[in-house]
Design a protein around this ligand. Structure first.
Ligand code: PXL
Length: 271
């Protein structure tokens, strides 16, 4: 059995975080494991305000022992880490793992825009995890943070950021421009950028008109992870992940008045 692990936060609403990762792994026929870094909750009595409850360092270490020493994943993904000890533990276990296929989803924000959740951790993540990863999957906000550039609103700026991020140690960079880039630069398609350290390639899909995109970033990165676990090349894994998220978002739905996720099972009908 092919196995993948996610080191990520739990999203109690089920659409993002490790819940999205495990659903996606399952769709790829990959056995999923999870080390929970924190639990994110949303308050229905206070306009869906987010709260984050980190798990203790020893609880995270015990889970990583289970997964890495006890089993051994074919690929690993990190999502929301939320503390400097979670970043350090991820570095320790991933760098010691002999089969190091690692997707770094540098989760800094929940909604793909706005203020970084833990700005003080961004540098730590860049120093300790970026040089370890097979591919990093930032959205536009995270790409600008990692590259140290101004806000990214054009394809040219995306390409510049990808080159800077690769220079900082990432072997491959996949920037999720998606609907945000389309809105910022008036495009009619969802454009993402794949950069393999040598050449940059825009990967485009029709823009899906939905506001229910919760968890889309996590799902894309999890799909890349599962593809790599199945021994696809990085480019193949990225191309398939793009198809996967397009189907998922085509079947997105509203959960309540605040939030709605994609549906990762939608590709069963499409392929
Ligand atoms: O979509 C980013 C994200 C990642 N991880 C967790 C989250 C969210 C957004 O809500 O809750 C646990």
């Amino acid at each position: 059995m092919i196995k993948a692990a996610t080191i990520a936060g739990s999203d109690a609403s089920g659409g993002a975080g490790l819940e999205a990762d495990l659903k996606t792994f399952e769709e790829y026929g990959v056995y999923g494991m999870a080390a929970v870094t924190l639990i994110a909750t949303m308050d229905p009595h206070n306009n869906w305000a987010h709260a984050v409850f980190p798990l203790e360092e020893k609880v995270l270490r015990a889970q990583l022992e289970t997964i890495f020493a006890g089993i051994g994943p074919d690929a690993v993904k990190t999502g929301m880490l939320g503390s400097s000890y979670a970043i350090e533990l991820a570095r320790e276990y991933i760098s010691a793992h002999k089969n190091r296929t690692y997707v770094l989803d540098p989760v800094m924000v929940c909604k793909g825009a706005g203020e970084a959740l833990h700005p003080e951790l961004n540098r730590d993540l860049e120093k300790k995890l970026l040089p370890l990863c097979t591919v990093v999957t930032p959205n536009l906000f995270e790409a600008a943070q990692l590259a140290g550039t101004d806000e990214i609103t054009t394809k040219e700026q995306m390409e510049t950021a990808a080159r800077i991020i690769a220079d900082k140690g990432a072997k491959n960079v996949f920037i999720k421009g998606g609907s945000k880039l389309a809105a910022a630069s008036g495009l009619s398609c969802a454009s993402d950028l794949f950069y393999d350290g040598t050449s940059a390639e825009f990967i485009e899909s029709p823009l899906i008109a939905t506001e229910w995109t919760h968890g889309a970033g996590c799902t894309v990165a999890a799909a890349v992870t599962a593809g790599l676990a199945r021994s696809f090349s990085v480019r193949e894994a990225v191309l398939l992940a793009k198809k996967f998220i397009t189907e998922s978002l085509s079947a997105s739905f509203q959960l309540n008045r605040w939030v709605g996720p994609g549906n990762p099972s939608a590709w069963r009908k499409a392929f």
